[in-house]
Design a protein around this ligand. Structure first.
Ligand code: NAP
Ligand code: MG
Length: 401
């Protein structure tokens, strides 16, 4: 078979530990035999981030803006123990945080659903997609450990001379203090990304926050969504037979549990962080959750939602076979290649992405799967390379290769 050509590259962001091993295995088994892979390679493995003073992460974010499509392997976000383990010069920031700040995007996370694995919530028939605002709030907060009695004030000094100040609390003893912010421009692009994604994937959109308690802050999110919906999206939603509504987060959680699934749930940054882990666990496995960062100016970064699977890596390094699930990382590649195909009008590449995903799901449905999934349906699990070889055999058959 002649390999499928690619006119333009995708930004390829390599990562750490077990997922770095999976990255290589996936390329060798499922991509390089079929596609004339065209990538700009950035090594975001922790040793190289340390060696480059984290310049490689900034360069990679810039490459995603320039090429419009990136695919990222999971990376270590260092803590004090990692500084020791890797002999780091500095406690580098989270690469995802750096990339999200550079692209100002929204992260969409959807479980990969197969016939074999039934969700823990028995009435969920279709996947639930989380849209997580990926800018600001507690992730960009200023914090202070209050040492003893004293007064905390929140103040604003406007460039136009506006002055505003209010007492937060008059501390009678030690405590904690935090200041959060967000920007209208980022909230607007979050809302637009959600409306556009709901229309593109033909799903209803729910947005939840806590505006009864946080009247100004969460109220601004609610009002921005409503204003843009009324002005720009209502007619398109009606034409597509879709609905948008806002509800309190507590009400949303209860309704999600009673729903059949099949909708997009937009969440503020922290809510989205927590709820996406709840959704993926309830649908079966953290290893079956896709994640794509969509920026307002049309850039896409695909990754798996899970981390570097450290415990498996230590076993792999000790010479053991591991049964790490590569599916979410494969779907990161298929997502990036499909998007590249769409942007370049390369139908063969988009079809390859569809065939690759179908081969993974058919392999699982036929009973060959890694241990994390096997546990859920009382089957025997296989090691990662055996699973990848089974997917390759199906892919060859589907492509006639
Ligand atoms: P993790 O890598 O997601 O793994 C947690 C556990 O979940 C694993 O030990 C494993 O359970 C199970 N698991 C996750 N993915 C799996 C897969 N593909 N196949 C099979 N089992 C899987 O989370 P972590 O251990 O908390 O974090 C490890 C490192 O990843 C940290 O350094 C963190 O900074 C980083 N991280 C990176 C990202 C990212 O780059 N997007 C996201 C989160 C965390 P068992 O051991 O029970 O089999
Ligand atoms: Mg999380």
């Amino acid at each position: 078979m002649t390999k499928i050509p690619m006119q333009n590259p995708v930004a390829e962001l390599d990562g750490d530990e077990m997922t770095r091993i999976l990255w290589r295995m996936i390329k060798d088994t499922l991509l390089l035999p079929f596609v004339a892979l065209n990538t700009e390679y950035y090594d975001l493995g922790l040793p190289n981030r340390d060696a480059t003073g984290d310049q490689v992460t900034r360069d990679a974010a810039e490459a995603i803006r320039r090429l419009h499509v990136g695919v990222k392997c999971a990376t270590i976000t260092p803590n004090a123990a990692r500084v020791q383990e890797y002999g780091l010069r500095q406690l580098w920031k989270s690469p995802n945080g750096t990339i999200r700040a550079a692209l100002d995007g929204t992260v969409f996370r959807a479980p990969i659903v197969t016939g074999r694995i039934t969700p823990h919530v028995s009435n969920w028939k279709k996947p639930i997609t989380i849209a997580r605002h990926a800018y600001g709030d507690v992730y960009r907060a200023t914090e202070y450990r209050v040492p003893g009695p004293g007064t905390a004030t929140l103040s604003f000094h406007g460039a136009d001379g506006t002055e505003w100040a209010e007492t937060v609390y008059a501390f009678e003893g030690p405590g904690v203090l935090q200041g959060q912010y967000n920007k209208d421009s980022s909230i607007e692009s979050f809302a637009r990304a959600c409306f556009a994604y709901a229309l593109a994937t033909k799903q209803d959109l729910w947005f939840s926050a806590k505006d009864t308690i946080s009247k100004q802050y969460d109220g601004a999110f609610r009002d921005t969504f409503q204003r843009l919906f009324d002005a720009e999206y209502r007619a398109q939603f009606e034409a597509a037979g879709l609905t948008y509504f806002y509800t309190l987060i507590d009400d949303a959680v209860a309704r999600v549990m009673r729903s059949e699934g099949g909708f997009l749930w937009a969440c503020k940054n922290y809510d989205g962080d927590v709820m996406s882990d709840m959704i993926s666990a309830a649908f079966g496995s953290l290893a079956m959750m896709t994640s794509v960062l969509v920026s307002p100016d049309g850039n896409f970064e695909y990754e798996a939602a899970h981390g570097t699977i450290t415990r498996h890596y230590y076993r792999w390094r000790a010479g053991e076979q591991t049964s790490s699930n590569p599916v979410a990382t494969i779907f990161a590649w298929s997502g990036a290649l499909r998007k590249r195909g769409e942007l370049d009008e390369n139908a063969d590449l988009a079809r390859f992405a569809d065939a690759l995903e179908a081969a993974c799901l058919d392999t699982i449905d036929a009973g060959t799967m890694t241990s994390d999934l096997a546990r859920l349906c009382a089957c025997a699990g296989v090691d990662t390379q055996t699973f990848l070889d089974a997917v390759q055999a199906r892919l060859r058959a589907a492509l006639g290769a």
